[in-house]
Structures are given as structure tokens and as C-alpha cells.
Design a protein around this ligand. Structure first.
Ligand code: ARG
Length: 449
């Protein structure tokens, strides 16, 4: 096994090709997710280095201009991590050194790839969470729109999958909207944890250079920093796990919605119908129109709910300080965002198009769900509840129960008063606390100069 080409930081002995293959793993592919963030992080870092006298003003300008070119290439899809280069951090530094000579070798003062990957992951995740928030809001709006549209269309409610009490499409769609409002709180907590700057923790123990961490915090638009450098490094894995919980919360909502929709779309229920062009066929049964989109979103979202466990198990029992184990988290964490985004988009797409059966209750099999309405009617007229319950029960047994298929539910959150406006206000309050514009402005200023 031959030693590999000399990376920028290697001294006299090199790992063999086999060792390099195994330790680099999937970084050349996965670190591409982090490339833009890596460049932004470097721009902030070197701007700070110049302010503390470790680069001249001219050197800074030359480096920033080249980093801007690299950023342009990344955005244009013209960036890759070469064979023999370990990761995105080394590739960017190599490009600078190749193109600018010795000045390129100065940028790594006062940092380590450990805090570099930390800051890359934070910047990238912050952007991804922003995307997820917008997609969750789109689905939320669509669910609320459908809830209002079909507000008064009744639907059987089930307990134990047995016909139970009247529900409505207003409640059904609206329930998933409210679930997303709760998920949004998790996303916000995740966003706040992410929005703190780990840069300057270097290998996990800080630096003897007088780094100005507040400056990089401001330049990168972070709310604040992970102050203690040991804690900053401990955030690797913890950040991903906490964000995964937020993603899993959203995924849990979508998976349940998908299951309801599959069930309600079955001929045996017939409560909703997907337009033909949103279904798939069978290779043998000419009549089939399958709800594959909901089945796939259900499976993908169930899988996403395993993400917090996957992250936890990868980093479980690691003491403080950096370990290469942490690299493996990227394999499960980075692709999860595209998967969830796709599920959110497809769910919104189908919910927009789903058709509702407005005549479900014409079928006498649902008559008994009005039994409690009748008990309550008698109780409102002065019959003690237990006596009313017994009378209706006996009528049902004797085959004498004749439902009045009307409901008069008025309390908060009930069929007659689903409180969609209150739920929308809750969502708006949460959204107004994100302050994405501050972050976008900082990133734009840094990238454009
Ligand atoms: N690829 C590495 C990771 O994701 C980058 C940091 C490498 N640091 C180190 N000390 N080997 O963790």
C-alpha cells in the first residue's frame, strides 16, 4: 500500500492509501453540502485575523477576493474535493495556496478543522432549518385553508378504530395544522441552539492568539457564541441530535397525516379521494389507483423519526473532546433535510388536490356515532346523564335509535368552533421570533463584501 499524495498539513510520514480511504470515508461527497458554509466561515475568520494583526489589509483583500471566486464556483456547481484531498476544509485551503501562494497558508492560524467543521455545520443547518420552516408554513397554510373550506362537512371520529363520535374535515385538517404549530416551536428551539458561534474554540481548547470571537459571531450573524471552548466542541453531535428531534417532530406529524389519508382513501372508508393523476397503477390489476405518495412519505417520515436515535448512538459514551466518530454523524444528518423537504413539498401538493366526500353520513353504518348527541340532548332537557345514557343504550339495543344527524358543538376547538384563527395567531407569533432577516443580511454582507 502506497502512501498518498502529501496533504497540506502532513509532515514526514503519511498514512497508507488504505488508511486514507477508510478515514476519509464519504467526506469527499458529503462535505460538498458544507462547502458554501466553509467559505463563509473562512471569510469571517480571516477578517478577524486581520483585525488582530495576523494578516495585513492587502493580504486580507486578496484572500477575500479569491474566497469569493470559490464561493461563486460552489454556487455554480463547479467545485469538487479532489482525490488525495481529505475534506472541504483542506480543499479550500489548498485552492487558496495553489492560486495565491504563501498567503493561502496563513488562514488557518487560530483555528482547527474541529471548530471549522463545527461552524460549517451550524451555518449549513441554520440555512436548512430556515427552508424547513418555510415549507412547514406552506403546509400549515394549506391545511388551514382546507379546514376552513370543509369546516362543516362531518366525518366519523374513531376510537379503537370503532365508529365513535362526529368529527369534521374542519377538525381533521385543522388538527394537523395545529400539530405543525407545535412542531414549529421545536424548530425554533433548534434554530436558537444552532445560532451560536463555535468558531474560535479551535481544536476544542481555544488558542493563544487573542482571537476576537465576538467579531466572527457578528460577521456570521450568530445571535451569540458557544462561550466555553470545551463546551463548543461538545456541541458536535449534541447540536445534530437536538435538531434531529425537531425534524422528527415534523416528520411525526406528516407520517400520521399520511396514514390517515391512506386509510380514508381506501374504498372501505371512501372519505377522501386522491385525483387519479396523484395515484399510481398496478402491473397486474388494471383498476388500481394507489396512494403511493402518502405511503412513501409515511415510510420516509417514520425513518426520519429514527434520526435522533441514530445520532445518539453514534456519539453515545464519547467523553469530551473531538473524536473522528463525529464525522459519521454527517452521513445520517446531512441528507435528512432534503428528505424532509421533499416530504413536506409532496404533502402540500397532495393536500391541495385531495377531494373530500361530502356525503359520508348518508351511509347508515355511521348512525350510531350520534348516540352521544342524543344522550346530551336528553341531559340538557333535565334527564340525569346516567339515565339518558341508559335510555339511548336500550334504544340502540332494541333497534329504535333514530339519529338526528346534526351537531351543535360550540366550545373552543370543537366542530362548530375549530379556532383556526387562534392557531394561525399562535403560528405567527412563533414565526415572528425567528429573525431570519438578520442572519440573511449578515451572510449577504460577508459574501458580497
Ligand atoms: N472530517 C472531519 C470531521 O468531520 C473534519 C475534522 C477533522 N479533525 C480531526 N481532528 N481529524 O470530523
Amino acid at each position: 500500500m502506497n502512501p498518498t499524495a502529501s496533504p497540506i498539513w502532513h509532515k514526514s510520514t503519511l498514512p497508507t492509501a488504505e488508511i486514507e480511504r477508510f478515514t476519509v470515508g464519504r467526506d469527499r461527497e458529503l462535505d460538498l453540502y458544507l462547502a458554501e458554509s466553509d467559505v463563509l466561515g473562512s471569510m469571517a475568520h480571516i477578517t478577524m485575523l486581520q483585525s488582530i494583526g495576523l494578516l495585513t489589509a492587502d493580504e486580507l483583500q486578496v484572500l477575500l477576493a479569491e474566497l469569493r471566486r470559490i464561493l461563486g464556483d460552489i454556487r455554480a456547481g463547479k467545485f469538487l474535493i479532489e482525490e488525495g484531498v481529505e475534506d472541504v476544509h483542506s480543499e479550500v485551503e489548498l485552492l487558496l495556496t495553489r492560486r495565491l501562494g504563501d498567503v493561502g497558508k496563513k488562514i488557518h492560524s487560530g483555528r482547527s478543522r474541529n471548530d471549522q467543521v463545527l461552524v460549517d455545520l451550524k451555518l449549513w443547518t441554520r440555512r436548512q432549518l430556515h427552508d424547513i420552516v418555510l415549507l412547514v408554513k406552506e403546509l400549515f397554510d394549506e391545511l388551514q385553508r382546507q379546514s376552513e373550506k370543509y369546516r362543516n362537512i362531518l366525518l366519523p371520529g374513531y376510537t379503537h378504530l370503532q365508529v365513535a363520535m362526529p368529527s369534521s374535515f374542519g377538525l381533521w385538517f385543522g388538527a394537523y395544522a395545529e400539530s405543525l404549530a407545535d412542531d414549529m416551536l421545536f424548530l425554533q428551539a433548534a434554530y436558537r441552539l444552532v445560532n451560536r458561534n463555535p468558531l474560535g474554540s479551535a481544536a476544542g481548547y481555544g488558542s493563544s492568539f487573542p482571537l476576537n470571537r465576538q467579531m466572527t459571531t457578528d460577521l456570521l450573524g450568530f445571535d451569540s457564541m458557544d462561550f466555553n471552548v470545551v463546551y463548543a466542541q461538545m456541541g458536535r453531535g449534541k447540536m445534530e441530535r437536538n435538531v434531529s428531534f425537531a425534524l422528527a417532530s415534523v416528520a411525526g406529524t406528516i407520517a400520521k397525516l399520511a396514514f390517515d389519508a391512506c386509510l380514508f382513501n381506501s374504498q372501505n372508508f371512501g372519505f377522501v379521494k386522491l385525483p387519479d393523476e396523484c395515484t399510481t397503477g398496478s402491473s397486474i390489476m388494471p383498476h388500481k389507483k394507489n396512494p403511493d405518495v402518502f405511503e412513501l412519505t409515511r415510510a420516509k417520515c417514520n425513518k426520519l423519526q429514527a434520526l435522533p436515535q441514530q445520532v445518539t448512538l453514534i456519539m453515545n459514551n464519547l467523553p469530551s473532546g473531538y473524536f473522528r466518530d463525529l464525522q459519521i454523524i454527517k452521513e445520517v444528518f446531512l441528507p435528512a433535510f432534503d428528505e424532509l423537504k421533499d416530504c413536506l413539498r409532496m404533502t402540500t401538493y397532495i393536500i391541495e388536490r385531495i377531494r373530500v366526500n361530502e356525503h359520508i353520513l348518508d351511509d347508515p353504518r355511521y348512525d350510531l356515532m350520534f348516540s352521544v348527541e342524543e344522550v346530551n340532548r336528553l341531559a340538557s332537557n333535565g334527564v340525569p346523564f346516567r339515565d339518558a345514557y341508559k335510555k339511548v343504550g336500550l334504544d340502540i339495543e332494541a333497534g329504535n335509535f333514530r339519529p338526528v344527524k346534526e351537531v351543535h358543538h360550540t366550545h373552543e376547538g370543537s366542530i362548530g368552533n375549530p379556532c383556526n384563527a387562534e392557531i394561525a395567531a399562535l403560528m405567527d407569533r412563533i414565526l415572528s421570533d425567528f429573525h431570519f432577516e438578520r442572519v440573511e443580511e449578515a451572510e449577504r454582507k460577508l459574501a458580497e463584501g
